[in-house]
Design a protein around this ligand. Sequence first.
Ligand code: NOJ
Length: 531
Amino acid sequence: MTSTGVPWWRDGVFYQIYPRSFADSNGDGIGDLQGVISKLGYLQWLGIDGVWLNPTTPSPNKDWGYDVSDFRGVDPDLGTLDDVEALVAEAGRRGIRILFDLVPNHTSDHHDWFVDSRSARSARHRDWYVWRDPNEDGSPPNNWVSVFGGSAWKLEEGTGQFYLHNFLESQPDLNWWNDEVRDEFDDILRFWFDKGIAGFRIDVAHGIVKDQELRDNLPAEEGDLPRIRLLGQRQTYNMNRPEVHAVLQRWRKLGDDYDPQRILVGETFVLDIARMASFYGSGEDELHLAFNFPFILAPFSPDVLRDIVSATEGALPPSAWPVWAASNHDVRRFPSRWCNNDDAQTRCALMLLLTMRGTPFLYYGDEIGMPDTEMDPDRVLDPVKWRTEDNLGRDPGRTPMHWSAATGAGFTTGETEPWLPFGDYGSCNVADQKEDASSTLSFTRDLIALRRELDELRGGPYEMVEAGTAVWAWQRGEGVLVALNLSDETATVENTTGFVRIATRRERDGEEIKGPLTLGPWEGALITPSR
Ligand code: NOJ
């Protein structure tokens, strides 16, 4: 709890770190945990309360950490368990809590459990994964397709059965109907809680339990979302089963019993808001926060986003709390995806994320408006690069952080090429923007500071204000009005009185508004009754 009695994660601002790309302490071109430790002062200066690290566990890196080969270890590229302890301790001294990424849906095929499981039908861990006999004609047990393309089944010649993989072949799915798997994960959660980890972002949180009868998925239909049409089938039985709620409830209870400050944040990759809301359970017995993919994947259009926010406000149980993010390691960076690499638009998006009712998650670099990196296709390492039209996959949003304009971007001191190429760090970096009070970084930091200062900005109810089609405006409680002109034309909000506390065009800070508030194209302002 904070001094106001509100749980820390409701009032907090989170920051997602892709560890391989944040800061490289040993010059090998790969970011690492010591690198993260070296930047905690920066995160404290920015006003961050919680950090989510993408997987740090050992991995053959077929899917860059999401193929885990040991759930209780640290990947040698990134550091050691001692580094984790140092990170937690040093972050704690700075008032920052650390969340890890939990990957319960699947393991790497290099994991000891799977090595054993595939060795014989009678193996000790055989039932920890989903194995089935072929159909009489030798075909896979059902029609399920992998999210990463092709059949979700792979025949293991040695034992003559298929195993299930909802992602890569090298990521076999665990069998969540097996109680030993459930017990094992309870122990993994406790292992990291004992190390001081404040909670988990749960990978594929909606999908870990499969239909016990392995029924065929139904075909996609014309009105289905493009992602479903691309797969050719609805994911009714290979994920999205109602039985997953019991697992989330079990983890919530485990965490609450351990220490009610520990939190669970779900990668609830579902595209309808009612279903997303269901992962909060009663609001107190499943996830603390569930990522809102309808919002993340929406176009940056006031009409669409307004409706999504209203629907989210309406769908969540009264005690549940929204979460707002626009970039992550899978969807690329919002300054490019939403804002056309335009600074004014990027500031509108930052103002939106940091003034909604809910917990914001910034992705490393969002605070400086870091764009996607233009890459040579030969440098792409994402195994599913074919999933984007440009054939660059997710990598343009995963490249090294731009710390400065110096050689190596302040990311690495080494001569070694970074694991993914640098973007244009000369024109967009932390060091230059830190010096400049009118920069996007200063804007982000000032908005975060304002959240700390104004109770209503953190906790006040969200109420939309009618302001025409181009402007999206809302009150937070009585005392805060936010208005964003998300269009190329000048627009006005009638009957506004007060003072501009912060505007996307910083020269307007402090301006008194009496009557209409005029906003230029892609301009936003936050108004309070007094200065
Ligand atoms: C979601 C993760 O965010 C993504 O990066 C990964 O490829 C899949 N889950 C499979 O683990």
